[in-house]
Structure formats: C-alpha cells, structure tokens
Design a binder for this molecule. Sequence first.
Ligand SMILES: NC(=O)c1ccc[n+]([C@@H]2O[C@H](COP(=O)([O-])OP(=O)(O)OC[C@H]3O[C@@H](n4cnc5c(N)ncnc54)[C@H](O)[C@@H]3O)[C@@H](O)[C@H]2O)c1
Length: 262
Amino acid sequence: MKISIIGSGRVGSSVGLNCCLRKLGDVLLLDIVKGLPQGESLDISHQLAEQGNDCHVRGSNEYADMKNSDFIVVTNPLDPLTHLALKTLRSDKQKVMGMGGMLDLSRFKEHISTLTGMSRRSIQALVIGEHGENMLPLIRFSTISGIPLTAFINNDEAHYLVSKTQSIAAEVINLKGATVYAPGNAVSAMIEAISENTRAIMPVSALLEGEYGYSDVCIGIPCILGSNGIEKVVELELNQEEGEVFKSGVDNIKSAINNLQL
Ligand SMILES: NC(=O)c1ccc[n+]([C@@H]2O[C@H](COP(=O)([O-])OP(=O)(O)OC[C@H]3O[C@@H](n4cnc5c(N)ncnc54)[C@H](O)[C@@H]3O)[C@@H](O)[C@H]2O)c1
C-alpha cells in the first residue's frame, strides 16, 4: 500500500513515521519546500533500518507522485476544511474524512487514566463534535473495562475531565509551539483501520446527511472505518446537554464553511 502525505512538516513527518512503525505500507512525503520531504524521508529511513523495518519512505515535491491516493484531512480548521476538500474533490463522501476526534480522544483517555489511576489499556472512551471549542468528550459513553466511567468518578471530576480535554491542546501549543506526536499517531490509527479493513469504530469528521439531525456539515461522529473508508456512521442518542454542545459545534462549523465560500 502507498500512503501519501501532503505536507512534511511536524505533523506530516510524524504521520509518516507512525505509519512505518505500524508497518502499514510505503510512505510518500510531499511538500512544496524543496529538500524537506527528502530530508525527512532519509531521517525516518535511518531509524527504520536499525529497527529492521522494510517500509520504504520517499520524499517528493511533485503532486503527480501521489496519484491514486485517498485523503484524510488534518489541516485546521479541521471540520470546515474537510467539508471544503469533499466539495472541491467532488469525491464519494465515504472517502474524504478529517482527523480531529481521534486526537481529542487520546487526550481524554490520558486524563481519565491520570485521574483514576487505571491503566490506559483499560479505557474505552469517545469524543465527538467540533474539533475545537465545542468538542464533546462523552462521559456517558466511556468505560473502564466495560464498567461505566461514572462508577469511578463524581460530577466535579466529570466536569474536570471534560474541560481539561477541551483546553489541553492550547496548553501544549503554549509550551512547545505545536502538537506533533499524538496527531501523527492518531492519523496513522485511522489509516490502519482503512488499510487493514479492521472496521474499528473511531471518531471521524464526516459529512452529515440527516444523521444527528443535521446536513451539509462535516463534524466528528463515531464511524466504522474499513477498506471503503467510512463504512457506516454510528448514530448515538445524545441527551439535551450533549445535544446543545453538538449543535453549537455544528453552528460554528457552518459559519466557517460559509466564510470559506465568500
Ligand atoms: N486535526 C488535528 O487534530 C491537528 C493536530 C495538529 C495539527 N493540525 C494542523 O495540521 C497542520 C500542519 O501542522 P504542522 O505543525 O505540521 O505545520 P508545519 O508548518 O510544521 O508543516 C506544514 C507543512 O506543509 C507544507 N505545505 C504548505 N502548503 C503546502 C502545499 N500546498 N503542498 C504541500 N505542502 C505544503 C509546508 O511547507 C510545511 O512543511 C496545521 O494546519 C495544524 O493546525 C491538526
């Protein structure tokens, strides 16, 4: 399998490395800056050589080299740009999606683990909604080894987990200027589900056509990922409070989509 990555900066090169570490296929790193993708590909290849990993990584400045690749959008603002990519490419809605929720989810899991003292391996959780201020970490749909998370935490702790998950990206950016490793891993997890047809359920920015009561907007929702891309959107019954946050996200994204079209 050939994996093409447009943009070989911090996140792009991390996606490339993570795809190789998962042995998903050969990687093409693409960038407009001459030399950058070539340099990154050499650096990654040197790591793989020591590890005995035979994935090939190549750098290029030519879009033609990525012919026949499918897309996952990562560039922010994530949800409006996923919508723009879908409309511009006029592609099948199953084939164009955005990564935001998987990263928010990895942060939510980390906070649950730190707060409860339970292993990260035991945590199943979910974050949907806008990749931004209205992200929706779903306490109600999160468990520790199948036991509802609410059995381990009180209301104040639940609020803390939600607000910490919503604010942590800004904290990382303040500290080091960007988020790099976790988004690289999150994208590679989605590519793994698609390339290996695992049919894993992941939060993905996908086009709504009536699901959750909205249309013509891309927003984070749980999807089954497989070889056709988004195999199925999973609809959840949100309670009133969750529904209001989800709606605020839809409103924000729709207004950004309108601005992009001006
Ligand atoms: N969705 C998420 O969860 C998430 C997480 C982290 C970062 N991001 C977003 O990902 C994007 C990249 O972040 P970064 O830290 O890697 O930035 P970066 O500046 O390190 O890298 C971006 C790279 O893209 C290249 N580039 C720009 N225009 C291009 C084009 N037309 N064709 C090919 N390459 C092009 C640049 O030369 C640069 O090397 C940003 O928009 C950031 O906000 C999203």
